[in-house]
Design a binder for this molecule. Structure first.
Ligand SMILES: Cc1ncc(COP(=O)(O)O)c(C=O)c1O
Length: 452
């Protein structure tokens, strides 16, 4: 009997194309709108903050988008990432389910985020950009762009949400080791940051505010652009390298997922593993189920409204139709910093609205408990964000145990938790709060949606 645990691919099998889900959509997405006129955005509107190649990808409907060779070359440092068969977890749960996880924690930054940081840095460099600004929540994205800046010789300036900046000093050190600078947001550096601090001097920050700060700086200088680590079409596109590898790895063991599971902050790691399979389903393939898992404290897909909203708190970004809790939503300071965003990727929102993605929400205590069950069986400590996917997978595996069905469950283990030991310390000491959707509802800001 084949007892393989790690299903691997040779370096030459790094995909040559990303998969663009826009080519498979059964109904077109709502257009992105200018915030001043409510007219559809044109490429020129985005040119002050993004390079042309990225803008083209944002609007592309071409199914297979070529991965440039210099990007594949850097991907080689850790890709193809392993697909694990979670045999020890299956045994611990006594489940007949076949559990697989794609492990993206093997990247230098410890998560899936370099999959898009590398191409974004490459395209910026190719168009003569010298400096990129960005925001980071948990620090994973800032670390990834810092790494990409070192690979392509670019200055990187990161606004890190203050609560994470204080929780995770080593993330800042990581970014600075690659030559990037890291500023706690809200900051005195930008008008957007100063406006928040004037009203709320103790503000602990949010991704929405940090995005405003980064976009404001990028728009001021011709040699500076902005990069986003999630939400936008081109970011989700870049992440599909992971799902495409997974398809080939599952072919090797002659399997195909019944359910694909990922946590969702802005939606990129979920899309990365899910979209290649979802594309097949939309083209008449197997009826795989897709489960997007979010925190109860920031329940964008399960409790938010599907409406036009700004991507940031300072209202500098275009308007996109997405599931949102309102751009003024201030999430409680729970420990999955990467999942604390008020909105959701428009592509994921659209596919959820069409019924192809089933969202669910869990509280952080349940997620940490699941993360430890996983760690003690498989030997990997997941990032707190990834614990949401772990929790859903364990629940599905237990449902299989109860029904006696042997389903193939695939989830994205999108990062390790080695920079998140504060969170595990707090959990193990019993110091974490059981946040709820009701708490989130109190801070929703849906009355502030634009009147489109
Ligand atoms: C480990 C990890 N997982 C998930 C996320 C959430 O982002 P996304 O939904 O874009 O994958 C983050 C964001 O920082 C992260 O660091």
């Amino acid at each position: 009997m084949d007892e393989t645990v790690k299903i691997t691919l040779p370096e030459n099998d790094i995909p040559r194309h990303w998969h663009n889900i826009n080519a498979d959509l059964p109904a077109p997405m709502a257009p992105v709108l200018r915030p001043d006129t409510y007219e559809p955005v044109e490429p020129d509107d985005l040119a002050p903050i993004f390079p042309n190649a990225v803008i083209e990808q944002e609007m592309s409907t071409e199914r297979a988008v070529e991965i440039p060779e210099p990007v594949r070359d850097v991907y080689r440092q850790w890709r193809p990432s392993p697909l694990y068969r979670a045999r020890r977890l299956e045994k611990a749960l006594g489940t007949p389910a076949r559990i697989y996880y794609k492990y993206e924690g093997v990247s230098p930054a410890g998560s899936h985020k370099p999959n898009t940081a590398i191409p974004q840095a490459f395209y910026n460099k190719a168009e003569g950009v010298k400096r990129i600004t960005t925001e980071t929540g948990a620090g994973q994205w800032g670390s990834s762009l810092a790494l990409a800046g070192a690979m392509f010789d670019l200055d990187i300036e990161v606004f890190m949400v203050k609560v994470s900046f204080n929780q995770k000093p080593y993330r800042r050190a990581f970014m600075e080791s690659f030559g990037a600078s890291c500023i706690a947001s809200p900051s005195q550096t930008t008008a957007a940051g100063r406006a928040v601090l004037a009203e709320q001097p103790d503000a602990t920050g949010s991704l929405g505010i940090a995005i405003s700060e980064a976009v404001e700086l990028a728009a001021q200088r011709d040699d500076t652009k902005y990069a986003l680590g999630s939400v936008l079409n081109h970011v989700l596109l870049h992440q599909t390298v992971s799902g495409l590898e997974t398809m080939r790895q599952l072919e090797q063991v002659d399997d195909y997922p019944d359910k694909v599971i990922g946590c969702t902050g802005g939606g990129s790691n979920f899309a990365g593993v899910a979209f290649p399979f979802l594309g097949e389903r939309l083209r008449g393939g197997p009826k795989t189920e897709f489960i997007a898992v979010e925190p109860a404290a920031c329940p964008t897909l399960t409790r938010g409204e599907f409406a036009y909203d700004w991507g940031d708190t300072g209202h500098l970004t275009p308007l996109t139709k997405m599931h949102t809790l309102g751009s003024g939503f201030m999430p409680p300071g729970f420990h999955a910093g990467g999942l604390r965003y008020h909105g959701m990727a428009p592509q994921i929102s659209h596919l959820t609205d069409l019924g192809y993605i089933a969202p669910r929400a869990y509280g952080q205590l349940d997620c940490f408990a699941a993360g430890l069950t996983f760690a003690r069986a498989e030997g990997i400590i997941p990032a707190p964000e990834a614990n949401h996917a772990v929790k859903a997978t364990i629940d599905e595996a237990i449902a299989c145990r109860e029904s006696g069905e042997s389903k193939a469950l695939l989830f994205n283990l999108c990062g390790h938790g080695h920079f998140d030991m504060r969170a595990y310390t707090d959990y193990l000491a019993g110091n974490l709060e059981a946040e709820t959707s009701q708490m989130a509802e109190q801070s929703m800001a849906l009355s502030g949606l634009p009147g489109v």
